[in-house]
Structure formats: C-alpha cells, structure tokens
Ligand binder design. Structure first.
Ligand SMILES: [Zn+2]
Length: 159
C-alpha cells in the first residue's frame, strides 16, 4: 500500500486511467511477492510440525528399504537354489542382508514404541489432572466434597 501511494504521488500529472493501472500493477506485484514469501518462508523459517514430517518420511524410507532388503534376500535365495552362487558367498551375503533387515525392523518397532510412550505419558498426565481435581474437595475426615466446595459437607471444616 505504501508502494501504491508512492506510485500515485510519483504519477501525479498523468491521466487517472494510467494512475489506476499503475496502482493495480503495484498491488498485483505485492500479491506475487506475498505468494513467493509464503512459498519460501517454510524453507527459511523453522516449521512447528517439521519433525513430524521428517519422522513420517523416515518411516516411509525405512519401510521401503526393508522391502528392498527382503526382496534381495529372496533373489539371493533363488540364485543360490539355481546354483548361481557358491554356498560361502550365499551365507555371507544373506547373513548381511538378514542383519540389515533385522536392524530396519527394530528401527520401525522403536518408532511404534515411541508412539506408545507418548500415548502412555498423555494418559498419565490426564490421570494426574483428574487426581488433582478430586484431591481438591477431599477433607481430612475422609469425605469427598465437590471440587469447588469451600466447607466439608460432613464435618463443616474449611477446605
Ligand atoms: Zn470433613
């Protein structure tokens, strides 16, 4: 808008149609600039949900690699059955591939374990919040009053 105003000031003396066209140009240029900023800002500014995206991509990459490794094992077994590779080579290569597959599966399992951990923590916190709420109305005489009660409904003590 500042640029548009400046353009109008600079363009005084010209016909109103020209001023309008110039203003529209400036406005559309600023819209393009805004769009470019929106596109580029995620690349520059730290994104809040970026770790989630990275975790998701990592998981997909791990699963893809696991599939590839398992396929390689099958191909290797097929080649060995066809007599294309020696027993020693087969043992060495399949051992390496199996170790890799196990490592990938463990990584994928840990990803699931992490999710369970978060869920457990959320449940614990929710339970903790409920506990704090119920402790609010508890009296020394053992009566559970409403959380917002100021006096015990049993013994009349101040809570
Ligand atoms: Zn009481």
């Amino acid at each position: 808008m500042l640029a548009a105003t400046a353009t109008v000031i600079v363009a005084t003396g010209q016909s109103p149609a020209n001023i309008i066209i110039l203003s529209l140009t400036v406005v559309s240029v600023s819209f393009v600039g805004l769009g470019a900023y929106r596109i580029l800002s995620p690349l520059v500014l730290p994104e809040v949900d970026a770790p989630m995206t990275i975790a998701g991509r990592t998981r997909v990459a791990l699963e893809r690699e696991k599939t590839l490794v398992l396929r390689s094992i099958k191909e290797l077994e097929f080649d060995f059955a066809m007599g294309k590779i020696a027993k020693a080579d087969f043992d060495e290569m399949s051992g390496r591939l199996r170790a890799r597959a196990l490592g990938l599966m463990r990584q994928l399992d840990e990803g699931g374990g992490y999710r369970e951990q978060i869920q457990k923590e959320v449940e614990q916190r929710l339970a903790g919040a409920q506990g704090a709420q119920s402790a609010q109305g508890a009296c020394d005489c053992g009566t559970q009053n409403d959380p917002d009660a100021r006096f015990c409904k049993n013994c009349g003590a101040k809570l």
